[in-house]
Ligand binder design. Structure first.
Ligand code: ZN
Length: 292
């Protein structure tokens, strides 16, 4: 925690709409041991969310008084007006009364810091953003395919996805990591999931066949060039955003804080590989997206 006073306003964010450069007003700065923090009124830089760190921070620069410095990290922070908590230090959930959630831009420690009210310009590396957007869209589409190909293994009714299949992804996911043009999702298929009705009989030897089925389905969906939308309920960091993909068999919606493609026409293919130690209760889906 740093002890600078902060205005109690959530950061306005434009990265969900695909923005790559933004002029902003400095609200506050702080110096940490090995870096400095910059809080501005608005940003196009995607921050990593410590509570669900699926998509990492954007890369880019911040131009301060005509000098361009590297954005070395970008993370969600929060303030109650008396101090700034960064990343995993944040002690409250979003929506906590009296707290503002902000995008914290980390810049090199030796940067001459701007004053409150100064203007700065944030510029994002477009190639890295595009790679993560493709990976994140691929990740969500792959999850819908995984739900579909595992649907026959459910012996009891559970919550379903937008296509009407048991939502294995939501029920079993432990962690998700978006990579450039890909993703790695880890699922827990232990006793709790089996009690909910998921049948793991023979799953380990079936993984290659299940992945092949998912890949055939993904190829059909990619061929439709389905539109991808990020529905945005408001301009603030804390406003709900939903990833929406209209597939032939139904519309999938997933609450999502990341960045995305605009349609599946932007990719050549989305494929998955399924691995993991089923006996130990672990399944890993590795998604690969190929560009057009
Ligand atoms: Zn997402």
């Amino acid at each position: 925690m740093s002890t600078m006073p902060l205005p109690l306003e959530d950061t306005l964010v434009s990265y969900p709409g695909g923005v790559l450069t933004e002029r902003a007003v400095v609200l506050s700065t702080a110096a940490a041991a090995d870096r400095s923090f910059l809080i501005i009124d608005r940003t196009c830089a995607h921050p990593v969310d410590p509570r669900w760190p699926d998509q990492g921070p954007d890369r880019g620069t911040v131009t301060i008084d005509g000098r361009q410095v590297e954005l070395i990290d970008c993370v969600i922070g929060a303030s109650d007006g008396s101090g700034l908590y960064v990343g995993s230090e944040v002690p409250v959930r979003r929506g906590e009364p009296g707290w503002a959630f902000v995008v914290v831009h980390a810049i090199p420690r030796d940067t001459l810091l701007p004053s409150e009210g100064d203007e700065v310009v944030v510029t994002i590396d477009p190639a890295h953003r595009a790679a993560l957007s493709a990976g994140h869209t691929g990740c969500h589409v792959a999850a819908v395919a995984l739900n579909l190909v595992l649907a026959g293994r459910w012996r009891k009714p559970v919550g379903t996805d937008g296509l009407g299949h048991p939502d294995f992804d939501q029920l079993a996911i432990v962690s998700s990591r978006i990579t450039p043009y890909g993703a790695v999702d880890t699922y827990r298929i232990g006793r709790s999931l089996r009690k909910k009705g998921f049948d793991v009989e023979g799953l380990d030897v079936s993984l290659p066949g299940i992945a092949a089925e998912a890949n055939a389905q993904l190829a059909r969906w990619v061929a439709t060039g389905a539109r991808v939308d990020l529905e945005i309920s408001g301009p603030r960091l804390t406003d709900l955003r939903e990833w929406v993909c209209v597939l032939p068999a139904g519309t999938q919606r997933i609450a999502c804080g990341g960045t995305h493609l605009q349609s599946l026409a932007e990719v050549e293919s989305i494929t998955v590989d399924l691995t993991g130690d089923v006996a130990a209760g672990e399944l890993v889906m590795t998604t690969t997206v190929r560009r057009v």
